[in-house]
Design a protein around this ligand. Structure first.
Ligand SMILES: *Cc1c(COP(=O)(O)O)cnc(C)c1O
Length: 351
């Protein structure tokens, strides 16, 4: 069957008219990969699946929400959209705005955006404005622009973003045949944990299924929900979740509590170790923020939180190619040889 993107696939679950013409880059339908090598490495009793959202058209899950938000903006005759971003929202907004033929403005924290994401926003043709401030300050400005002008906000405070992102839950249930017992994912602005939970709950209401426990992971230096206080100066190597005052804070706490789940934190070194482990055991290169889902899983395994009956899905939210600098730092560099067979063989060290 021809795949036409998440709007066409799940239109009956979305608040869009039946005859809508989607602005789509054929996002969604991403791989759900069973991670047996990782399971062995972590000595986890449960099954582990990785939902690789880095396989989306702009390399992150943001595309699921953006197709719906931009389609709605076009329906409403918007001429321009705006977002604050830690990187991936701006890349996605810029791409879908280009496809729709409308303008995109993005407001970014200067010096805190992974190079690949910045390059994306620029080449897709967005007007990029950097501020000497953090994501939370950028979002405050964007909210004011939204209130004072006709420019449409496409951050996850736009409910159409959440609507699109919930389709990842539908795909997981359809792939597994049932909902997993646990769902682990990174938490930044907390839109995605809100969206996944909404998706699982709605699928249950429509088609009947069990519900997973939601496991959210913040970075230690940006853990407002864990500590129940705003972080004025959030810091983490995982720039996609470098957020001190999440817009969907309340909804994330609700998802945690309604599902009987947890929201905890992982350190930067745990995040980087998990990123390398996912790559070297499963052949999947995700970005640092994404790896917090596995770093968190690893901590809970150490607490004997899971049993052999459990199935855990970890969302790998974005593609590691977006942030090559972080990946290259501290990793073993290539070996050097003269351009002769003997030298290369010596370095290969086959015996
Ligand atoms: C946006 C993003 C997150 C955080 O998602 P929220 O919905 O803000 O909680 C995590 N990882 C990546 C790669 C992202 O782009």
């Amino acid at each position: 069957m021809k795949y036409s993107g998440v709007i066409t696939r799940y239109l009956e679950h979305l608040p869009l008219p039946k005859d809508v013409e989607p602005v789509t880059l054929l996002e969604g339908n991403t791989p759900l990969i069973e991670a047996d090598n990782l399971r062995r490495e972590l000595k986890a009793p449960c099954k582990i699946f990785l939902k690789f959202e880095g396989a989306n058209p702009t390399g992150s899950f943001k595309d699921r929400g953006m197709t719906v938000a931009i389609t709605k903006a076009v329906l409403d005759k918007a001429e321009a959209v705006i977002c604050a971003s830690t990187g991936n929202t701006s890349a996605s907004a810029a791409a879908y705005a280009a496809k729709a033929g409308i303008k995109a403005f993005v407001v970014l924290p200067k010096g805190k955006i992974a190079i690949g994401k910045l390059a994306q926003a620029l080449i897709y043709g967005a007007k990029v404005i950097e501020i000497d401030g953090n994501f939370d300050e950028a979002l405050t400005i964007v909210r004011e622009v939204g209130a004072k002008t006709k420019v449409v906000i496409v951050n996850s405070i736009n409910p159409y973003r959440i609507e699109g992102q919930k389709t990842a839950s539908f795909e997981i249930i359809e792939n597994l045949g049932v909902a997993p017992t646990h769902h682990s994912l990174p938490v930044g602005n907390a839109g995605n944990i809100t969206a996944y939970w909404k998706g699982y709950v709605e699928w249950k209401e429509k088609h009947g299924t069990t519900l997973p426990r939601m496991l959210g992971f913040q970075a230690e230096g940006a853990a407002p929900i864990v500590h129940n206080r705003i972080f004025e100066h959030p810091e983490t190597v995982a720039t996609a979740i470098r957020i001190g005052n999440p817009a969907s804070w309340k909804q994330a706490v609700q998802a945690r509590d309604d599902s009987g789940g947890r929201i905890e934190m992982t350190s930067d070194s745990e995040i980087i170790a998990a990123q390398r482990l996912i790559a070297s055991t499963e052949g999947i290169f995700c970005e640092p923020a994404s790896a917090s889902s596995v770093a968190g899983l690893r901590k809970l395994v150490a607490e004997s939180y899971f049993t052999g009956k459990d199935t855990v899905v970890c969302t790998l939210t974005g593609n590691g190619l977006k942030d090559p600098d972080t990946a290259a730092r501290g990793i073993t560099p290539p070996l050097s040889a003269k351009p002769v067979l003997a030298d290369v063989l010596k370095l290969m060290d086959l015996n």
